[in-house]
Design a protein. Structure first.
Ligand code: PLP
Length: 400
């Protein structure tokens, strides 16, 4: 009998973190590497939040807090949900955790029994399936292709639901595609869910504030409030506030579910870091106008990278509504050879050979469950993006 529990064999390490590590390793070896594999904004934490954190340290805000988070931070989240999403939650229906990933982990740990089914539209964020598998749930992947703007159709949702379905996960704007659901698309999905009262919905809104061209964000619960009694909102400070390292995420949902999460949390992390909770409350209550300039920069980069990728032979790239990723189709390059005679059989080969030959790190679509695509993050400066796209175009041009 080995020391490692069987459940660890159900999961794999995060493939996106593995690629970022490989890029860092090559850089450390002296290679000229550009990484378009990161999932975090290249902006810094707004000063008013940094100041609040410094003040919290000076005020000795260093004791244990309540397990679900301080009343202050949960009140700030409650106010945010009402102000921005038109949804009324009590502070007891909100739990603060160590990042949005931890909120998802807690909610699934608290709700998934062996063989419970979770519908995951693909391409999906890499952690969803592994967290489901860790708790012996069954992932039901539903492919959503570029021709449908990577969005789940009501018909495909209906076909995926069985008696064992426990959850549907929706992530809009999406990692890895940047696609975001309109209110009418969400309404159509909600109509299907209303016919199946045993199915719960998790809406991962972590990219809520990173949207372009006047796109109006909405989640499925605000679109169809009848789903509130079986819906959970996931959000956090990592993307809009550029605070991924501060590890603050939260979940809002029905009291029994949130209580179960808190029970779990009381026996694991206890709570999120006190200083980060205090600073997050100030952040959520504060002036978010800094986002306008950041989103303007993101949009400029998005437009640039989409236009450049569409110049590459064999590559087709949609213009996404939000987040900071693009997910081009590379079908036209499958079967081609590099200058060294290596055949590109799939998107992993494409990403590997591009890194070897041109030093550009991107993530193959297989990591997100939909091939043959690749994910590029444009959370980097326009200059870096220009150099990266030049190398990608040269690489595509060199294939025969
Ligand atoms: N959900 C999605 C779709 C993400 O892309 C991420 C991070 O990359 C998260 C959740 C979790 O973010 P964090 O744990 O940093 O709050």
């Amino acid at each position: 009998m080995g020391i490692i529990a069987e459940r660890i064999s159900f999961i794999k390490p995060s493939p996106t973190l593995a690629i970022s590590s490989k890029a860092k390793e090559l850089k450390a070896m002296g290679r000229d590497i550009i990484s378009l594999s990161v999932g975090e904004p290249d902006f810094t934490v707004p000063d008013y939040i940094k100041d609040a954190a410094k003040k919290a340290i000076d005020n000795n805000d260093s004791r244990y807090t309540l397990t679900p988070g301080t009343v202050e931070v949960r009140k700030a989240i409650k106010d945010k949900l009402l102000r921005e999403n038109g949804l009324e939650y009590s502070v007891d229906e909100i739990t603060v955790n160590c990042g949005g990933k931890h909120s998802i982990f807690n909610v699934f740990m608290a709700t998934i029994d062996k063989d419970d089914e979770v519908i995951i539209p693909a391409p999906y964020w890499v952690s969803y399936p592994d967290v489901v598998k860790l708790f012996e749930g069954k992932c039901v992947m539903v492919d959503c292709h570029a021709k449908d703007n990577f969005k789940l159709s009501p018909k495909d949702l209906e076909n995926a639901i069985t008696d064992k379905t426990k959850w549907l996960i929706l992530n809009s704007p999406s990692n890895p595609t940047g696609a975001a659901y309109t209110k009418s698309e969400l309404k159509a999905l909600a109509e299907v869910l209303l016919k199946h009262p045993h199915v719960w919905v998790m809406t991962d809104d972590i990219y809520e504030h990173i949207v372009y061209d006047d796109f109006e964000f909405a989640n499925i619960i605000q679109t169809e409030p009848k789903l509130k009694s079986r819906g959970v909102i996931i959000n956090g400070m990592s993307k809009a506030f550029a605070m991924p390292g501060w590890r603050i995420g939260y979940a809002a949902g029905p009291l029994d579910l949130i209580k179960a999460v808190n029970k779990l949390q009381s026996q694991s992390t206890s709570h999120a870091a006190s200083i980060c909770q205090t600073a997050s409350a100030v952040g959520l209550n504060g002036d978010m106008s800094f986002l306008q300039e950041r989103n303007k920069a993101f949009k400029e980069r998005r437009d640039f990278i989409v236009a450049e990728l569409n110049k590459a032979k064999g590559v087709q790239c949609l213009t996404p509504e939000g987040a900071f990723y693009v997910y081009p189709l590379i079908e036209g390059l499958i079967g081609k050879k590099t200058k060294e005679g290596k055949v590109i059989n799939n998107d992993s080969d494409f990403a590997e050979f591009l890194l070897e030959e041109k030093g550009v790190a991107i993530v193959p679509g297989v990591a997100f469950g939909l091939s043959p695509y690749v994910r590029l993050s444009y959370a980097c400066s326009l200059d870096v993006l220009k150099e990266a796209s030049k190398r990608i175009l040269e690489f595509c041009e060199s294939l025969s």
